[in-house]
Design a protein around this ligand. Sequence first.
Ligand code: AHM
Ligand code: MG
Length: 339
Amino acid sequence: MNDSISPPHTPSVVGTTLEAHILSGQRGAPGATGEFSSILNAITLGVRIIHSRVRAAGLAGMLGYTGDTNVQGEEVQKLDEFANDVLCTTLERCGRCAMVASEELEQAKVMNESGKYIVCFDPLDGSSNIDVNISIGTIFSILRAQSAGGRLLEGALQPGHKIVAAGYAVYGSATTLTLSTGYGVHGFTLDPAVGEFFLSHPNLKCPERGNTYSINEGNHVRWEEPVRKWNAWIKSEDKAKGLPYGHRYVGSLVADAHRTLMKGGIFAYPADKKSPGGKLRLLYEANPMGFLFEQAGGAATNGIDRILDIEPKALHDRTALVLGSKQDVNGYREFMLAK
Ligand code: AHM
Ligand code: MG
């Protein structure tokens, strides 16, 4: 080997922090304005604080502290409430956020009526999984606030196609943040020793087609006939068509969606007899995911229609959600239309 020849130079992404990425303006994205960057920084600060508490809470759980008070006799805050408080506080303190809408708040909370942005979030998605050390996460989207004369004109009830940025954090084997400001999707990994997110997965693309499906099979008896037919088809033996698909289901949307975004395939939470309008929430679960999947070249529907075109009527609206590789989401749609 001739060690005088150096390997071809490829631009290094090592060392690009999330903050630097946001401040770089993301090649013309709205990140160029200080307000937008400051909102994103407030969210990512919140995510780092939640990460730190999630890691410690797992340890406390292992030691058996399951009651409402900790060893010092202090009241133990439920993690989802804690996560909600953290995000509300970081966003309020940044001074630029007009309003927040959260899974944990009955009503939207106005913060600064002259702020330019509204943030919708699920502070701790999949929180029922915390006790068993399975991945959980935080999902968010950022919308523009319309205000005139210091008064807010447009609130959080906006369709997903108006989103300017969205992302989710997964507190898993690593803590990651997947983010889009409308110019592709980028993945960041938290270095816990440094306390910073670093760019680890630039330009994420959801494959055109995958080989896994993700659905709660326990709801089979509650599904409508077209969902059952699709489910039977995707499990059928047909080597030429790449069937059957493998089955993966964690029960945390962040984890199931993240795997689907990275590896392709399909995630579905259809409407069923128990949840006729679907289970997942439109504003802070389906819409941010829909925005990210489309930005990554995938698709997101309610089975038939594009998620991002649904007009929300109330803050906590639910929807059926089907997301993943374009071909897989289209394949599901064909079954729904054939009913
Ligand atoms: P949460 O936001 O209250 O934690 O719950 C929503 C979760 C999603 O993360 C997940 O996709 C779904 O509910 C799982 O539901 P099920 O247990 O019915 O399969
Ligand atoms: Mg949730």
